[in-house]
Design a protein around this ligand. Structure first.
Ligand code: CP
Length: 318
């Protein structure tokens, strides 16, 4: 999938579809921009509203369910002063057989400026970016198993908050890599930002066949795989994308790959624990870890607002 479509001739961000192929300086610019949207009241962090998009209209087009991504995109657009339309796909003309392209053509006739798209089909956001009117920006909010670029960037932002220097880090991504758009976007972003190692830890049945071509190391054992790790990114089992039985049972999966307090001791003592959500307690992560001192899971959600503000400001003001 070509990524050139993401950039203007001047090299600024027009669409944000995947981190793949983007430069470290552009990804760092997103993180730096997100930093500008935070203000501090004592120890409390707050979002600083800035009306950078006050004449713009953003349409949230979510063909798949979402709690975190849809809500934080809406908040982000509102903090930037944009008009936000949340399309209710269940009650839209999609249910009467209207094609994706016809839906886009009709919405772009309403003088909108951006589509934030989540779709079950890999490549859907890319397709819309290719087809839509030239003044419209498309931001991928998750397409099939392909990419979830703003999740990757809010995770990079969270890692930078805690670890500062990417180049010294060993990062483990644990779980259902095979079906995970988050894993793919994280791997691309982490490699672009120059981390020392990305290690994937998973059963063989939950790894893509050519995972090594992404420049990661592979482990099938939690205790060994977590050794020397600075950042642990847990993933849920994406059962909605599994077409056959890939695991004996969730209980067995937790027994072998669940992140428990004992297993977390195998990582560095100051390792942080991340998860894009939704979490499945007792399946991929124990509650004691999800709610424990090393967990930054809810910080990831908070950072999603500022990072999505940054992406919208950079694409819509390009
Ligand atoms: N992380 C994530 O994409 O969560 P939602 O499905 O709730 O948006």
């Amino acid at each position: 999938m070509t990524t050139d479509i993401q950039l203007t001739p001047q090299g600024t961000l027009k669409h944000f579809l995947t981190p793949e192929g983007l430069s470290a300086s552009l990804l760092t610019a997103i993180l730096d921009k997100a930093d500008t949207f935070f203000t501090h009241h004592g120890t409390q962090r707050k979002i600083k509203a800035m009306p950078l998009l006050k004449d713009k209209t953003v349409v949230n087009l979510f063909f798949e369910n979402s709690t975190r991504t849809r809500t934080t995109f809406e908040l982000a657009a509102k903090h930037l002063g944009a008009e936000v339309i949340n399309m209710n796909i269940a009650t839209s003309a999609t249910s009467k057989g209207e094609s994706l392209l016809d839906t886009i053509r009709n919405l772009e006739s309403m003088f909108v400026d951006a589509f934030v798209v989540r779709h079950a089909v890999s490549g859907a956001a890319h397709f819309i970016a290719q087809q839509t009117a030239p003044h419209i920006s498309v931001i991928n909010a998750g397409d099939g198993q392909h990419a979830h670029p703003t999740q990757a960037m809010l995770d990079m932002f969270t890692i930078r908050q805690h670890k500062k220097d990417f180049t010294s880090l060993r990062v483990a991504i644990v779980g259902d890599i095979l079906h995970s758009r988050v894993a793919r976007s994280e791997i691309h972003a982490l490699k672009i930002l120059g981390v020392k190692e990305v290690r994937v830890i998973a059963p063989k049945t939950l790894l893509p066949s050519k995972i090594d071509t992404l420049g990661v190391s592979v482990s099938h054992d939690m205790a060994q795989g977590l050794e020397d790790i600075d950042v642990v990114i847990m993933l849920r089992l994406q059962k909605e994308r599994m077409t056959s039985a890939l695991l004996p049972s969730e209980r067995e999966y937790f027994h072998c790959f669940g992140l428990t307090p004992e297993r977390l001791h195998c990582a560095k003592p100051d390792a942080i624990v991340m998860h894009p959500g939704p979490i499945n307690r007792g399946v991929e992560i124990a509650s004691e870890v999800a709610d424990g001192a090393q967990s930054v899971i809810l910080q990831q959600v908070s950072n999603g607002v500022a990072v999505r503000m940054a992406v919208m400001a950079m694409t819509l003001c390009a």
